[in-house]
Design a protein around this ligand. Structure first.
Ligand SMILES: N[C@@H](CCC(=O)N[C@@H](CS)C(=O)NCC(=O)O)C(=O)O
Length: 215
């Protein structure tokens, strides 16, 4: 098969691209990378020395594509399907990229900061950084609460790359900073995401790895 995906089922940026693959039933060869295993890490770093996943390898095209958003843009361009992950309409495409960036930068990254701080050695925690990330996440929820008042999906009525970014980011964010009464629209959107078959499949496939999430 031409498309080789290097990923881990529990990693949120990887889940973002898995949703895109599942939305359009795009076949790929899965390569699960275990960064805790030296052999697996070395093999992966030979493909992408930065060592962050997901990474897509298109053997037929002889191309290596890193970065979750770029992988989804690549799929939208070369493997289009029923779900237009990046709409052809320029205005809708701009909105898609805007909210994709929003979820990555202001939900996903602060969430990761809070989670990964729990994995640091004792005495090496970044309390200030974690507080800043919690404040940023609060602000992001406030923005989304307004934005999602009249929308079904991240940019409106069509499911796009922005929803692929939103789903895993909100899933893990809700675990570290739970939605509350002030976030009814965010919660309702998140419930719709959980019911989307592509994301439901991703959540199911990640279940065996749940013990990796630090308490
Ligand atoms: N900007 C990258 C971020 C990728 C990223 O941070 N992936 C995480 C997993 S969710 C990772 O590789 N973590 C391992 C590490 O940083 O060592 C993208 O959008 O793909």
């Amino acid at each position: 098969m031409s498309l080789q995906l290097y990923f881990h089922p529990f990693a949120s940026f990887c889940q973002k691209v898995l949703i895109a693959f599942y939305e359009n039933d795009i076949p790929f060869d899965p390569h699960v990378v275990d960064l805790g295993d030296q052999k697996s890490r070395t093999e992966f770093e030979a493909i992408w020395p930065i060592g962050k996943f997901p990474v897509l390898r298109d053997e037929a095209a002889g191309r290596t594509i890193p970065e979750s958003s770029i992988i989804i843009e690549y799929l939208a361009q070369y493997y289009p399907g029923g779900t237009s992950l990046v709409p052809v309409d320029a205005e809708l495409a701009l909105l898609t990229r805007t909210w994709d960036r929003f979820y990555d930068h202001y939900v996903e990254l602060p969430m990761q900061k809070i989670v990964t701080d729990r994995l640091r050695p004792q005495g090496r925690n970044d309390t200030h950084g974690v507080e800043e990330s919690k404040a940023l996440l609060e602000t992001a929820y406030r923005v989304l609460e307004q934005e999602m008042e009249n929308r079904t999906w991240a940019i409106g009525e069509v499911f796009t790359m922005a929803d692929c970014a939103a789903a895993p980011a909100l899933f893990y964010a809700d675990l570290v900073l739970p939605f509350n009464d002030k976030h009814q629209n965010v919660k309702a959107y998140f419930d719709r995401l959980l019911e989307r078959p592509s994301f439901a499949r991703v959540v199911e496939e990640a279940k065996p790895y749940r013990e990796l999430f630090p308490k």
